[in-house]
Write a new protein. Structure first.
Length: 157
């Protein structure tokens, strides 16, 4: 299949293959389903749920408190506690008392959790890149910039 450029008009009604476009809402929703499906496969291959996979992803480069982690993952306190309990039993994360408040806990990833997170990241990276493999380099770069703009606007990252 030959790559075709995307029409330059923002209201194009065809995709790069000349098929009817989905529109913004359906296009983003369907893309989200594809990405979530890929993440679900990666998680399942490693005996994880998607939310456990997300937990490991968040903890790769930070050690947040339970409340911050719950906010980041969109979970309530009891769900967050259960998620961390299960991950802790698998030696994927560890809770330590927060230095500023001994009633609070910080959550960090263990070496075993880091190893699993790297494996999952590598597999997820391959599977998600495959979703866009039919796009040109320029189209993938534009998609990345647009996705980053939407995410950054709504998360403040």
């Amino acid at each position: 299949m030959q790559n075709k450029p995307i029409a330059e008009t923002p209201d194009t009604d065809q995709d790069i293959d000349g098929n009817a476009g989905l529109g913004l809402v359906d296009g983003l929703a369907q893309l989200s389903f594809l990405v979530q499906g890929a993440l679900g496969k990666v998680a399942a291959e490693h005996g994880l749920s998607v939310i456990q996979l997300r937990l490991l992803g968040v903890l790769r480069d930070r050690t947040p408190g339970m409340q911050e982690l719950a906010h980041h993952l969109g979970l309530d306190k009891s769900s967050m506690t259960g998620l961390v309990d299960r991950a802790e039993r698998r030696d994927l994360v560890r809770r330590t008392p927060a230095p500023h408040d001994r009633r609070s806990f910080l959550v960090s990833i263990t070496p075993q959790g880091q190893q699993l997170a790297r494996q999952c990241q590598d597999l997820a990276d391959r599977q998600i890149r495959e979703l866009a493999a039919h796009l040109t380099d320029d189209q993938r770069a534009r998609l990345s910039l647009l996705a980053s703009a939407v995410v950054n606007h709504h998360t403040g990252i």
